[in-house]
Ligand binder design. Structure first.
Ligand SMILES: Nc1ncnc2c1ncn2[C@@H]1O[C@H](COP(=O)(O)OP(=O)(O)OP(=O)(O)O)[C@@H](O)[C@H]1O
Length: 253
């Protein structure tokens, strides 16, 4: 499957938030989306997920304009994990993960073994089986985030779009999630603030600034002292990690 934004533009209140972005999701592996607050990362991910309509350009799914495809068909193939996902408070964790199966089920379908396996597997992948019956409203911020990721995994998508999925997680769960994403068969686009994470776990990185993608490439070409100074306005030294040879950022105090 291919997912491609071509010259995608989106405005709100006369402000151009996403400005002529052309970007393809990888078929496998992780594309990291980095850039300062307000540069348009979340907006772009929502456009690519088909949750918003472009006002210019188009999002293409297998070369066809996605906006014309039935929503359920799109949802079978693309999962989106929002930065601050909310859900009905009366649900348990398991109920929320089960929602990920909705695009695969007809109105009259019973709950199948495949549905159950997908839900159990997704809970296990984020280490949340022990909280399956707990009310969603009582989960911690990080636990909610892991459950939302499990919902997306239960969807068994071909492409996952994740908006800062590590922002509530402790170091161990950040690392576990990024390792998990690397192991998935699907292609992933992930908005990240942590440049070290982007450098260590992503196969490619796209840099956004003021609504535009200004650079794309492998981490060692993108995570540079010059890029960090010009895009983020911060002085930094970029080292190479001993274990992987990937860039590692030391910010100047
Ligand atoms: N529905 C909206 N109404 C008004 N302004 C909006 C709306 N959606 C986005 N914006 C504005 O568009 C800009 C880009 O927002 P977006 O959430 O896409 O940025 P971001 O790169 O994900 O930021 P962050 O790193 O802070 O999460 C921001 O200035 C935001 O205030």
């Amino acid at each position: 499957m291919t997912l491609e934004g071509r010259d995608v533009t989106w405005k709100v209140d006369g402000l151009i938030v996403v400005n002529g972005v052309t970007l393809s999701a990888p078929k496998h592996g992780i594309l990291g989306l980095v850039g300062p607050n307000g540069c348009g990362k979340s907006s772009l991910l929502r456009l690519l997920a088909g949750l918003r309509e472009c006002q210019g350009g188009a999002v293409l799914l297998d070369g066809e304009v996605m906006a014309r495809a039935p929503r359920k068909q799109v949802a079978r193939r693309i999962a989106f994990v929002a930065q601050h996902a909310e859900t009905q408070t009366a649900l348990t964790s398991r109920d929320v993960v089960k929602l990920g199966r909705t695009p695969h089920r007809g109105a009259w379908d019973g709950w199948s073994d495949a549905d159950e396996l997908a839900v159990i597997g997704a809970l296990r992948q984020v280490s949340m089986e022990h909280k399956a019956e707990q009310a969603w409203s009582t989960l911690s911020g990080g636990e909610r985030q892991r459950i939302q990721i499990a919902r997306a995994l239960a969807q068994e998508p071909e492409i996952m779009l994740l908006d800062e999925p590590t922002n509530h997680l402790d170091i161990r769960h950040q690392r576990d999630l990024l390792r998990l994403l690397r192991k998935l068969e699907c292609g992933t686009i992930i908005a990240l603030h942590d440049l070290d994470h982007a450098a260590a776990y992503c196969d490619r990185i796209a840099v956004m600034e003021k609504g535009k993608v200004i650079a794309q490439g492998p981490p060692d070409e993108i995570i540079t002292t010059e890029m960090i100074a010009s895009v983020f306005g911060v002085d930094a030294i970029v080292h190479l990690r001993k274990d992987s040879g990937r860039p590692r950022v030391e910010f100047c105090l």
